[in-house]
Design a protein around this ligand. Structure first.
Ligand SMILES: CC(C)(COP(=O)(O)OP(=O)(O)OC[C@H]1O[C@@H](n2cnc3c(N)ncnc32)[C@H](O)[C@@H]1OP(=O)(O)O)[C@@H](O)C(=O)NCCC(=O)NCCS
Length: 328
């Protein structure tokens, strides 16, 4: 098996920012409610001229540069999104064209907010198994502002737009240590965005009827997430052959600060071992983990030799964790 490490990290957040106070003017909500329930103060919103693939492009350029590589060096692009440019082709395919990654295969992974962890594990597995994948770009990119019904305050206030990316390369020492992925399809309707293949009849107004917008049962998500996040980290640590207490840094999905705090406590890990970005970015679904990693790296929170656990959970219901030794 080939060893795989993370060699480059990057992110992109659109320029436009909507604060909770901006939302107070549009819908029946308050900054106090949103902040106390989620830890969110603001979210970035993509410009109408920016597609999910554009956000992915800017994050990818940063990650490839950070790895000291060029787009032509990339052999494979694995992109996690649940707000793709189109149902078909894949957003990874569109990104590949925009990047000029002329030597790369490309495909999307759909596991909603756990998508980045699924993509990271998929890419790592392909690199470990097959010699032809030497430099792989793993991206999370989302424009939830396009799939939300902004009038539905029980979902809209949680989300924002953004993209993050990592470049995986071969290494002498193990970077990748272990992982855990799981799904509970009986909970498929807790988080959903119906598409052309669903049984729901087409409607004249696409998003406003509430059927053709993103939908979430927040309380059911809470019950699921507070169990899934610690369980995934414990299972990944077991697979990696380490104790949870040996983990130096956790990069969790940025869904809700209260879920992060509760899960870190449950794992017996202090909050100093994570670096939340949710206050500034809100929940960027499949993009939140690489964005949070990028901010942590920029702020010197991840050190050479650290054991880093990535953990995601969301629609599916899907969840998972991957553990890497930081050897960047
Ligand atoms: C949704 C969630 C915040 C609800 O928290 P809670 O403490 O159970 O909520 P409460 O019962 O105190 O509050 C619900 C009330 O707030 C109201 N409310 C909902 N959204 C609101 C908003 N944006 N602003 C103001 N009030 C809001 C509801 O209408 C409800 O009112 P009611 O009691 O009169 O019916 C919580 O369950 C949660 O964080 N879930 C996880 C969601 C998540 O992270 N999703 C990401 C998916 S990856």
């Amino acid at each position: 098996m080939n060893n795989v490490r993370i060699a480059g990290v990057g992110h992109y957040l659109p320029n436009q920012v909507w604060t909770n106070h901006d939302l107070e003017k549009k819908i029946d909500t308050t900054d106090a409610w949103i902040f106390s329930k989620t830890g969110i103060r603001q979210r970035h919103i993509a410009d109408p001229s920016e597609a999910t693939s554009d956000l992915a492009l800017y994050a990818s350029l940063n990650a490839i540069k950070n790895a000291g590589l060029h787009a032509e060096d990339i052999d494979l692009i694995v992109l996690a999104t649940s707000s793709p440019d189109m149902i078909q082709p894949s957003t990874a395919a569109i990104l590949q064209g925009k990047l000029g990654a002329v030597n790369a295969a490309a495909f999307d992974v759909g596991a909603v907010c756990a998508g980045f962890v699924y993509a990271l594990v998929t890419a790592t597995g392909m690199m470990r198994a097959f010699d032809q994948y030497k430099n792989v770009l793993v991206v999370g990119a989302e424009t939830y502002s396009r799939i939300l019904n902004w009038q539905d305050r029980t979902t809209s206030v949680f989300f924002g737009d953004g993209a993050g990316a990592v470049v995986l390369t071969r290494s002498k020492e193990p970077g990748y240590m272990g992982h855990y992925l799981m799904n509970d399809g009986l909970g498929w309707d807790v988080i959903k965005f119906p598409a052309g293949g669903s049984r729901i009849p087409a409607s004249k107004s696409s998003l406003e009827d509430g059927l053709h917008a993103f939908q979430m049962d927040g309380k059911k998500v809470w019950d699921f997430a507070i169990k899934a996040m610690p369980q995934a980290v414990r299972a990944a640590a077991k697979d990696a052959g380490c104790e949870v207490s040996a983990i130096d840094f956790v990069v969790p999905h940025q869904a809700n600060i209260n879920i992060i705090q509760r899960s870190m406590k449950e794992l017996g890990l202090p909050m100093e071992k994570t670096y939340p970005t949710i206050e500034h970015t809100a929940n960027t679904s499949g993009a939140s983990i690489p964005i949070a990693l990028s901010f942590a790296c920029q702020n010197g929170k991840v050190k050479q030799g650290d054991l880093v656990a990535f953990v995601g959970f969301g629609g599916g219901l899907s969840w998972g964790s991957a553990i890497f030794r930081w050897t960047k």
